[in-house]
Design a protein around this ligand. Structure first.
Ligand code: S3P
Length: 197
């Protein structure tokens, strides 16, 4: 059990969390925002809310290319708006949101970008527990077999890893700790980095 700090911490800069599906970005982000008294945003939820449809439905109706363009545009609009209003927040991205170095640089100009790193073999077990991610489903909407998923996601993970690693900060999530304890460790790392800056 990691010792919880007595007082809420204050963030000096907004925090953006990136990482592969199943890395725990949203769960960690929620705890960080509670512990710092800031508002939590989840990019997927913002898109679902705006279009009044689940991500799986959006993929089905408009396709992946539309979704990629939409998540990029939503992110840019969100960052501009929060920046203009001088807001401090915690934002969790989707696993595929970071599509270019330019997007990473844009985030880095106003926010601290953290890559939540989890070993691939742990990610695959985690993502197989939920059928809410369209990339994991076959044409009938059923979860693809584990061997197929393993190959497809391994290739996607290797392709995305270099861009995740462009994040200024990396947090190694520990599967042996609870979400709360991982969040405490992340919070401690965030605090020490923000004080260093
Ligand atoms: C995706 C990850 C999902 C969601 C969509 C596509 C991806 O978000 O944006 O299903 O391409 O990795 P999470 O990483 O929050 O699961």
């Amino acid at each position: 059990m990691v010792n919880k700090q007595e007082k809420n911490q204050h963030l000096l800069k907004p925090i953006v969390l990136c990482g592969f599906m199943g890395s725990g970005k949203s769960g960690l982000g929620r705890v960080i925002s509670e512990r710092t008294g800031t508002t939590f945003f989840d990019l997927d939820e913002m898109i679902e809310h705006k279009y009044e449809k689940k991500i799986t439905e959006l993929f089905e109706i408009y396709g992946e290319a539309w979704f990629r363009e939409t998540e990029k545009n939503e992110l840019i609009e969100f960052l501009n708006c929060q920046h203009q209003n001088n807001q401090i927040f915690v934002l969790s991205l989707g696993g595929g949101t970071l599509q270019s170095k330019e997007l990473v640089s844009l985030i880095n100009t106003t926010c601290d970008l953290w890559f939540i790193e989890v070993p691939f073999d742990q990610l695959i077990n985690r993502v197989m527990k939920r059928t809410t991610r369209p990339l994991l489903l076959d044409k009938e909407g059923k979860m693809k077999p584990k061997n197929i998923l393993y190959q497809e996601l391994k290739a996607l993970y290797s392709k995305r890893l270099p861009i995740y690693k462009l994040a200024t900060h990396i947090f190694e999530s520990n599967d042996n700790l609870s979400k709360e304890d991982n969040a405490e460790q992340l919070l401690a790392s965030i605090a020490s980095k923000q004080l260093e800056d």
